[in-house]
Write a protein that binds this ligand. Structure first.
Ligand code: ADP
Ligand code: MG
Length: 263
């Protein structure tokens, strides 16, 4: 919980010629024909996915950047690289500040530990002191609306409970740079609204927010710039109306229909 030294216009994240390639080894069950052909030489195949291709992006303090694009466009991969979870294959990423990441479900918490223990560990990992965690624990637990479940192992949590706690920790840390990757779509309507208000509250000259969402209405509502990714490439960057409009056209739906979708 640093006293931020950043002000509007300062560079928060610099992404230069970023490329990321996933290489996965697939174990194909061999057919008789392929086995004869390969003469027992093994049938491992590699699947190579170019998830990010020469992406250039600057994010400045004071801005709320929306990220849109179809499934598989590379949005989550870009967030993982900015968060330092994945190293780039090409190019580089520089981050000037403390990042707190709220990725799509499945990252960060240990299922065998209770919510309380995960908050303590997560807070320490995010750079909070034990004292700060203690001071903020009630605030985190209350925002997450978990009640007694805060002391139950997280493997017993529903995805909504999991997401509420993750969101609560990420925003309480008061990061310099907050990345929210589709996590807003997991809660019920009431929690969604509460989280959106929290994000609006976190908008500040000394903070940069990056928001990945399919809810184009939310994007145009709270972002001041938007980037559109497709097949690993940055297609367009600009003001929210302009980019969302172009993306919605690309999706072959009217803008109003896209804005009303709530996913
Ligand atoms: N861990 C992974 N291993 C292999 N391929 C992956 C992995 N994660 C994502 N991909 C692939 O990389 C591409 C981009 O995925 P992703 O960044 O998750 O896109 P988005 O978040 O925009 O839906 C997709 O083709 C996806 O299948
Ligand atoms: Mg994603």
């Amino acid at each position: 919980m640093s006293n931020s030294i950043h002000t509007t216009g300062d560079l928060a994240v610099s992404v230069q010629h970023l490329g990321l390639t996933y290489t996965t080894t697939i174990d194909r069950r061999p057919t008789l024909k392929s086995r004869l052909k390969s003469m027992g030489r093994g049938t491992k195949q590699t699947r190579v996915v170019r998830a990010l291709d020469d992406v250039m992006l600057d994010v400045h303090y004071g801005s709320v950047l929306g990220v849109v694009g179809s499934n598989g466009a590379g949005k989550s991969t870009l967030m993982r690289v900015i968060s330092g979870i994945l190293p780039p294959s090409q190019g580089k990423v520089e981050v000037f500040g403390k990042v707190s990441t709220l990725l799509a479900l499945g990252v960060g918490f240990s299922p065998s530990l209770s919510g309380r223990e995960n908050v303590q560990l997560g807070g320490l990992a995010a750079g909070m002191t034990r004292r700060e965690i203690e001071d903020h624990f009630d605030e985190i637990a209350e925002f997450a609306e978990l009640g007694d479940a805060i002391d139950a192992p997280m493997r017993t949590y529903s995805s909504g409970m999991y997401a509420r706690l993750a969101f609560s920790v990420a925003v309480t840390v008061k990061p310099d740079i907050l990345i929210v990757d589709e996590a807003l779509s997991t809660g019920d309507a009431k929690f969604k609204e509460k989280s959106l208000n929290k994000i609006k509250e976190l908008r500040s000259d000394s903070r940069a927010l990056i928001l990945v969402s399919h809810a184009l209405g939310t994007i145009t509502d709270i972002c001041n710039e938007v980037v559109w990714l497709d097949k690993g490439k940055l297609i367009q960057r600009g003001n929210p109306d302009e980019v969302v409009d172009a993306y919605a056209k690309f999706l072959h739906v009217g803008k109003s229909a896209a804005i009303n979708e709530d996913v």
